[in-house]
Ligand binder design. Structure first.
Ligand code: ARG
Length: 462
């Protein structure tokens, strides 16, 4: 094949227009798939020789040339050319230019349609492992913080209104739980996509006597796909991965939203290190939580990636259509964004100070232990709806008289219900409130420490 000529040009009378070449080319972004494309081609050539579709000698020549191409790409010595269309063509063309006609035998029993799905599955399988590693590193960091801050009380909020006191550690562990579900989702997605597509060829399979089990074994796939049409048409796994990535981003984004609020002067709960904040070009006093804000912003990108894939797929007739080439940039963007955000967030949280005194002070007022009083009355046999009403009246009385629950005398409490006894003063203490919630899932120190030790069984001592 002459250099510069397309491998598919046999039936064409005219060369591709220059702008069409540019328009259809994906080499500038799919080139990052090269290690997987080469790994897949080596496995395919080995299988072809095992089945005597090509000779052992030809296979050896192909494999050794592919390994050299891999080295050259890694050393930056390989010239990618937009006219090569995509990574598959670029490597195949180079192979043929290095070993001649024999190189042309590699594509027997294969199409770019099954080849691209193979590359993306291999790529995503490796990336998912790395992403899980990053999520696990963040979880370990949060468990470390939960251990360190086990005495720190903070106000828990619902509707952004002060609700009940909780341990800061309990807050950290809430995110460890969310990220644990993210890891499950990523693992499930990784297992589902771990299926060999090669052999589906263009869409109908091949008349050549291939051994798909052999290729699967070489590439470490526990299963081979069961329907060649499905194999080349399906990108469920791309959408599924980006959904899992979107949920990781959503969790990071909510965490960031709290850090942004908490680092305002009004809250003063946290101080993010100078190294992870930026200044204002006009207001000299400013220190802005831009990293946290950008993570929140980049969440929108990943959601956009998900919607791009879902929209890309919805109207496609069976089976392969070139539209599918548009999945790559969205997928790469989601992978890169989630990895970047996980790494930088883990560093940032490690460089953030939590102001225990401020948090405790905020947890103290605002009737945050009103529910404890209502539950105390339930202990005295009062139906919860009535006790709720009684405590509501006490709160209204405090508001009218500018008092806090802590400042009321026993006599004042008894005006609302005569059965109040002097233990009421201890019921509304923060420690008592928090530590009474000692059931599984509660915020009591004992319950939180128990969950930490369960996590340490999974993650090792932290
Ligand atoms: N670059 C293409 C993609 O990403 C590879 C498959 C091309 N197949 C084809 N028949 N044009 O989907």
């Amino acid at each position: 094949m002459a250099i510069g000529k397309k491998p598919w040009s046999g039936r064409f009378q005219k060369p591709t227009a220059g702008n069409v070449e540019k328009f259809t080319s994906s080499i500038h972004y799919d080139r990052r798939l090269y290690p997987y494309d080469i790994e897949g081609s080596i496995a395919h050539a080995t299988m072809l020789a095992g089945q005597k579709i090509i000779s052992k000698n030809e296979s050896a020549k192909i494999v050794s040339a592919l390994k050299n191409i891999l080295k050259d790409i890694e050393k930056g010595k390989f010239k990618f050319n937009p006219a090569d269309e995509d990574i598959h063509m670029a490597i195949e063309k180079e192979l043929i230019s290095r070993i001649g006609e024999t190189g042309g035998k590699l594509h027997s029993a294969r199409s770019r349609n099954d080849q691209i799905v193979l590359d993306v599955r291999l790529f995503l399988r490796a990336e998912i492992k790395m992403i899980i590693g990053l999520v696990n590193a963040l979880q370990r960091q949060l468990i470390k913080l939960a251990k360190r801050e086990i005495k720190t009380m903070m106000p828990g909020y619902t509707h952004m209104q002060k609700a009940q006191p909780v341990l800061l550690s309990h807050y950290f562990l809430a995110f460890v739980e969310m990220f644990a579900r993210d890891v499950q989702r990523l693992n499930e997605c990784g297992n589902r996509l771990n299926v060999l597509p090669l052999g589906a060829a263009a869409l109908a399979g091949t008349s050549l006597p291939i051994d798909r089990q052999r290729t699967a074994k070489i590439l470490n796939f526990p299963a081979v796909s069961n329907n060649s049409m499905d194999t080349v048409a399906d990108r469920d796994f791309v959408a599924e991965f980006i959904l899992a990535a979107s949920l990781v981003m959503m969790h990071l984004s909510r965490f960031c939203e709290d850090l942004i609020l908490w680092s305002s002067g009004e809250f003063g709960f946290v101080e993010i290190s100078d190294a992870y904040t930026t200044g204002s070009s006009i207001m000299p006093q400013k220190k802005n939580p831009d990293v946290a804000e950008l993570i929140r912003g980049k969440t929108a990108r990943v959601y956009g990636d998900l919607f791009a894939i879902l929209t890309l797929l919805k109207g496609l007739p069976m089976t392969y259509n070139r539209d599918l080439q548009e999945d790559k940039e969205r997928l790469f963007d989601a992978v890169d964004t989630v990895k970047d955000c996980l790494s930088i967030f883990t560093e940032m949280i490690d460089h953030t100070k939590f102001n225990a005194a401020k948090m405790r002070q905020a947890a103290q007022g605002g009737f945050s232990t009103a529910t404890d009083i209502a539950e105390y009355l339930v202990g005295k046999g009062i139906p919860f709806r009535r006790s709720h009403e009684i405590v509501g009246k006490i709160v209204a009385y405090c508001l009218q008289n500018k008092k806090e629950l802590e400042n009321l005398t026993l006599k004042e409490y008894q005006k609302f219900y005569e059965g109040f006894t002097d233990d009421i003063q201890s019921i509304i203490k923060l420690e008592r409130s928090v530590n009474s919630r000692k059931h599984t899932g509660g915020t009591a120190t004992t319950a939180v420490l128990k969950r930490i030790s369960e996590f340490e069984k999974i993650f090792g001592k932290i």
